[in-house]
Design a protein around this ligand. Structure first.
Ligand code: KG4
Ligand code: ZN
Length: 328
């Protein structure tokens, strides 16, 4: 069975074809990062227009060699205009080709990303989804059977990286920029808080950390001092985010007794987080390859195919995009 995955929830137009569970036949991604970076963030209206420009040429290339038996499309959460482009095209194609259509929750897509290259990961396991919009730990009891164990009270970790980068005068998206500069910094130079580190709840909070960075930057008397310290600031800020994520993963393992963890979402590309995860003794970690941490269509195809295999069906092949969709 061949599944066409379509992802347009934010600013990446992703198209992919997979065979059966996870064999990737082709994948294409048209990123809009350059278009939005001069504005310091994603402009929703502009993103939707760009998806419209990009999506049909990508589908054209993908369908040159493969004909899908199933279409899986992101139906939310995300930006309404962006979601509508992917969903409308998916509905039209499913009618023209007469193939079934599955609407996928973007978060369930991320949850599947570490499984693309990992045949040996079976439920139950824990999933940390850490992206620009979400920071949550989920218990995957079975595919399709998920329990939210905890999430962020305020900013998502990726959002904190993006806001911190703005404070430091770096480009959007901030995560990769901070990751790069932190490599030459001393993570112990500045002591930023690790929010909620010692509570026994699985919860995160990153907005205070961003404010702590802002106060530190305000203390500098000149731009030159900021420039001289920027690598150290990035490394110290990054350490606090990684510390918070690792400490709550350890707590989740302790509370559930489950010691297999899949990590996904844009922040899973962070080199410090990946290194620290690989050193953990209490749990084993599965990570997607870097290019599949951020939004992509392979993860949507895989989640859609899995749902179809579980018997999920979409009556009338109708899908309503839902920007604030939460439950899987
Ligand atoms: O999963 P994603 O592509 O989109 C959402 O669903 O949100 O994640 C994008 C987020 C951005 O906030 C970006 O700054 C962050 O992931 N990110 C990183 C890195 N690469 C992307 N954060 C830290 N380190 C990175 N290397
Ligand atoms: Zn995402």
């Amino acid at each position: 069975m061949i599944t066409l995955g379509i992802e347009t929830s934010c600013d990446d137009t992703g198209i992919a074809m997979i065979k059966n569970d996870r064999e990737v036949l082709c994948e294409y991604l048209s990123s809009q990062i350059k278009d939005h970076s001069e504005f310091g963030g994603v402009i929703p209206e502009f993103a939707a227009r760009k998806h419209l420009e990009n999506i049909l040429p990508l589908i054209d290339v993908a369908t040159k060699n493969y004909k899908p038996d199933l279409i899986a499309v992101t139906r939310g959460p995300g930006l309404m205009g962006s979601l509508m482009v992917g969903v409308q095209i998916a509905v039209a194609l499913s009618q023209v080709w007469n193939v079934p259509l599955i609407g996928v929750n973007h978060l369930e897509g991320h949850l599947f990303a570490p499984l693309i290259d990992a045949e040996n990961l079976e439920p139950p396991f824990l999933s940390l989804i850490v992206s620009g919009g979400h920071t949550e730990i989920i218990c995957v009891k079975n595919f399709g059977e998920y329990k939210l164990l905890g999430c962020t009270r305020d900013d998502a970790a990726g959002e904190a990286y993006d806001k911190a980068a703005k404070i430091l005068g770096l480009k959007y998206p901030g995560g990769p920029e901070i990751d790069k500069l932190a490599k030459d910094g001393d993570e112990l130079k500045f002591k930023f808080p690790v929010p909620l580190k010692n509570t026994r709840e699985i919860e995160f909070s990153f907005s205070g950390l961003k404010t702590a960075l802002l106060w530190q930057v305000k203390k500098f008397e000149s731009e030159e001092i900021l420039k001289a310290e920027i690598n150290n600031l990035c490394a110290s800020f990054q350490k606090s985010i990684t510390d918070a994520l690792i400490s709550k993963l350890n707590l989740a393992v302790e509370l559930t007794g489950i010691n297999k963890i899949a990590v996904s979402g844009g922040v899973a590309a962070n080199s410090n987080l990946r290194e620290r995860l690989s050193e953990q003794k209490n749990f084993k970690v599965w990570l997607p390859k870097i290019s599949r941490c951020t939004d992509n269509a392979v993860m949507i195809a895989m989640a859609g195919h899995n749902a179809y295999k579980r018997g999920v069906r979409n009556i009338n092949n109708k899908i309503i995009p839902d920007p604030s969709l939460h439950e899987f």
